[in-house]
Write a protein that binds this ligand. Sequence first.
Ligand code: 5SP
Length: 232
Amino acid sequence: MNFEEIRTACCDANRRLSKMGLVDITFGNVSIYSPDVKVFAIKPSGVDYDQLTPESMVVMNLAGELVDGDHRPSSDTPTHCYLYNQWGAQGVHSVVHTHSRKAVSFAQAGMGVPCLGTTHSDYFNGSVPVTRSMTPEEVIGQYEWETGKVIAESFLEMDPLEVPAVLVRNHGPFAWGATPEKALETALALEVVADMAAQTLALNSIVAPVPEHLQHKHFFRKHGSHAYYGQK
Ligand SMILES: O=C(CO)[C@@H](O)[C@H](O)COP(=O)(O)O
């Protein structure tokens, strides 16, 4: 994608994010990475969704430097940048960050979202993890860059293509995918299954997670082994 195409797609995705009911005020941002030119476009910081235009999107490189744009990039830009450096070559070409309320509630409670049913395993091959707490040095330092680091740490033993989302403790969810459409759908699915999990646990606080074999079978029946990122 050239700059105009990636800006237009990024503007459309951020507008869709708002229409999906996943954001309040400007608490959310979508970015799109173009591996052929190794840049990503991201929402400008603090700009209302209905004010967004393709020209207002900000284009950055993988070093986190401004390539093109007149606005200040989202404050979460270093986190998106870190994830593209880590997983861009694996097919993660769009990242969505929100403060969607049920997912944030789990992040604030220091809990991952457990897999309690097949709606969850349709999107996530296992529970959605919550990151560790960040140290004072990490928070005071390059907080958003360090946020990317703690996210990546949560996936050292787990395939980010099979669980395409995370809860940053005390902050909120990040979701990702091969396309902005997939990343947006996953961000919505996370909020839905977080809501279901919260209500399930309120009904039965000792409910057991879905048996591993059923969970994996259900995920791969729907997605196959990483076909997920190639499918429309
Ligand atoms: O959590 C935060 C700020 O604490 C961010 O996620 C904001 O909610 C979105 O910031 P911008 O994208 O408007 O810079």
